[in-house]
Every structure is written in C-alpha cells, then in structure tokens.
Design a protein around this ligand. Sequence first.
Ligand SMILES: C[S@@+](CC[C@H](N)C(=O)[O-])C[C@H]1O[C@@H](n2cnc3c(N)ncnc32)[C@H](O)[C@@H]1O
Length: 512
Amino acid sequence: MHDPRVHHGYALYLGLLRRTQPNFLNYVCALNGHYPVPIEKEFSYCELGCGFGVTTNGLAQLFPQGQFTGIDFNEKHIDAAHELAEESGISNVDFKALDFNELAAANLPQYDFIVLHGVYSWVDPETRDNIRKFLRANLKEDGVAYVSYDCLPGWAALAPLRDVVLTHTAAMTTDDTMKAQAGLDYLDFMASNNAAFFTDNPPAKEFLAEIKTKDIRYVAHEMFVAFSKPYYFHQVATEFRSAGLSYSGSALLHLNFIDLAVPAEFREILLKATSRNEFESRGDFIRNQRFRQDVFKNSRKTMDEEEQLEALSKIVFGTICTAVEFQTSAVFGDVELNYGGDLFANLIELLSGTPKSAAELAEMDEFKAYPLDLIIDGIKFLSAGKQLVPMAADAKARSDQDTEADRYILPNAFNIQLLKRWLLKQDAVVMMAPRAGIGIEVSMADALFALCLVEANREEVPNWVFQRLLESGQQMVFGEGSESEAIAVAVEKFRETRLPKFLELGILEPVE
Ligand SMILES: C[S@@+](CC[C@H](N)C(=O)[O-])C[C@H]1O[C@@H](n2cnc3c(N)ncnc32)[C@H](O)[C@@H]1O
C-alpha cells in the first residue's frame, strides 16, 4: 500500500527508515534465499533522493561502522541534511547536491546498498535510465538495492483522478496547494453527484475520501509532480535485470509469505506460478497492489535450505512495544492473522523482554518442544506484523527501567533535533534507539509526553503538555472529561505502557 507519510520532503519519513535499514534489507534477502551483506564491519550505503536527509542521517547514526551518502538535486534539501548531521554530531555521512543525470560523471565509489524511495515512479525515462546505469556501475557485486514505486494494477483506477485535476487546474495561476484544493473540490463535486467515473470505480471514491484527509501540501505534491507513472512489477524487474540485478523479495514483509500475501482461496493459483515474476504479478492482481517496495540483489547466488535456516536463525529480533501492548492479531489487506497458541505467546513474551535470535530461543526451556524451523516461522509471521523487528546483534534489555523517576533525559542528540524540527507538525516522528539499532515510529502524543518528561518534573508534566499544545495551536483529543484531566490520565498511561519500552530501548533515561 502506498504510505503517503513517507512520500516526500517536508515532513514525511516514517516507516521508510525501518524498511531501508541495512539489517532489514538483509532480512528480506535471507527470507528469499539470498546472502545478506556483511554489516558487522565497514559497509557503504547510498540513498538516491535523500530529501532532508532524515533517513540517511538516522541510519548513519544507527550504523557507525557504515559510510553513508545521500544524493539529491535540491540544494535546500542537501543544506538541511548537512545541518541535521552537524547538529546531531553525525560524521559518517556525506551529502551531495547532484542530479541523477550527473551520477555517471560524479566519480562515485561502489556501494553495498543503494536505495531509492519515492523516486522511481516520479522521474522521467531518461533519469530512470541513468539511475539504472548508476545501479549497474556502482552497486557492488552481492550488493542490495531497494526501490519503491507506484504500481499497477492498483493505480489503474486512480490515475485518471490526477489527469482530471491537471486539466481542471491547468489555466489557474495560483500556487500548487490552492490548485490542489480546487482540484479536490472539483473531484468532490463529481463524486457527490455520482459522476459515472466514480460509480464505475468505487476505489477511486475511496481514494478521494482518503486524500481529502491528507495535508494539502501532500496532495499538491501527488497531483503536480512533473512526472508520475505507475509500473507493473514485471516492467521494473525487467528494467532492473538489464542493470544486472535479480529480484529478491518485498520490503512489505507479508508479501514474502504466501499465507499472508493473498487470501486462502488464491494460494493454490499462486503456488502454481512458475516464476517469481508470475508469482508477484498474480499477487499484485489479486491484491490490486498500488505501491511496491522491492529489494533487488546484484547476484544470482542463492543459499541452500540449510544455509538459509542458519542465516535466519542468527538474526536477532526484539519488539517495539511491551508484551502487554503487543497486538495479538494483524491485518494484511484481506488476510487476518491471529497470533494465538503457545508458540506465539512465548515468542511475544520472551522477545518483548530481551531481543534474541531463533538459535538462542531454541536453547530455552520454553522452546524445547519446537523445531528450529517452526520457531523461525513464528518469528516470520510476527515480523510481518511490524511489532517484532530485526535489532542490533548486541541489543540487550536495560536493568535501570525506572518508570517512577521524577525526570528523564533524551540522551540522543539526533532525537532532540528531530523533535525540534517536527514536534506537533505531523502525525508521528521517528526516534532512534541506537543500542537496539533501530528507529521506531512514535505517535506525536507519545513524542510530546516523552519530551515533557524531560522538560518538567513529574507533577508538572500534564500541565506542561497542556501548555505545549496551547502554544502550538494543535488539538489532541485524549479522552473523556476536561482537557487537563484527560491529559493527566494519558500521561499516566504513557508511563505505564510506553515508558518501559522507551527506557529499554534507550530513547529516554532516568535522571539519577
Ligand atoms: C519523494 S522525495 C523522497 C525523499 C526521501 N527519499 C523520503 O522518502 O523521505 C524524492 C526526492 O528525490 C529528489 N529528486 C527527484 N528527482 C531528482 C533528480 N533527477 N536528481 C536528484 N534528486 C532528485 C527530490 O528533490 C526529492 O527530495
């Protein structure tokens, strides 16, 4: 599914960080029988179209052993990215103001990872060509590439909306956001009066309802970017093959598992696919897929089953929430999965405490009854639901989980910079947990509470939250009763449910 939040520069980087993390990309490779890139020692990573550099900087901080490069032709973006690196004290990163069409002449080195998010569907054919030339020349052998794009058939019923808005607003001399509003109003008129396009295409009506809830700047970007083209998977796979790359799997993890990729009635037809190409294309049709996040590998070498089991058994996983908060079901399009039964319950309980690998779990009494491959399957299904994620190999739970402290600190300079820039300006932020080697998505309310726990003593926190909201002019609905009562209840709930995880991950630390 298209995740609009991660789509463009001004605010929107959520989710992206997780799916373009080197260890996450390695997990996708391992799931699909490809060798992971060794990242314990030095490695190199390049993001094409890095925007404000939030992801590139964040990853550079999480992986100090890596060397990171962000490329974007927008000098303002590059300046902001440099500034963010400097103010956060991140030095293993480099940003270059370059057009993708200048990559060949730029004399850049080879990289272990090259990622491009929110780029490929939005550049013209010549630029796409040059991106592929760069991949061919600058992705190391055995390296990994990530590309996201609007895809077909999901976009087929939606693309005309954009065309209609472009035509309707072509003669307007206002700026893009005003044009976008005029375009939405026009579409709204058409939909509410049952123009046949909408009655014949119910998903277009749903899409309109969805984009009407978005920030108008996002809508303007979606409507008026210079070039926008959805592709079939097979088109991108063929293009990437011409650059020497083979498809490995999807960064939308559930798409790698047949049980979650499509509803039960379609599994047999999917199993009959004679190639990965056919498998993916059938799946996209069944799901009416609108957005893809594909991982490619510069190698045709594959692991045998034993090697793959070993590789998967060594990956350390931990949860981004406490066991109490862990949602015991997950929805993947038309497929719902319930994490019932002892295996899932044990995995949730144990991995919510200290991150562990399947190999470590297999040694524990709780898992004596399960063969290793079953433990790995349990982990796979849980990881598809996003609450269980690959973590740094030495991620350990902390002992000083003092949820009753009077005051806390945010030990990470990058998190402080992110809050300085984005607090209360979007729905959520990413916060780094370097010890666990992950960035996690934090709702804006939780980010606000975390900051107020830093800025105010315990009894002052609700009042501080209230003041911050007042100053920002933002409204948040926390619950029943007066606003200040509701805030006090919400802050207490944060202390009970989220704070233990924030402490464990090292996002907050108690002041002694
Ligand atoms: C949609 S944004 C993605 C930003 C970031 N990857 C993210 O997901 O948050 C696309 C970025 O690509 C950059 N871009 C687009 N075309 C480019 C080109 N031809 N050369 C260099 N950068 C380009 C834009 O300036 C923009 O920052």
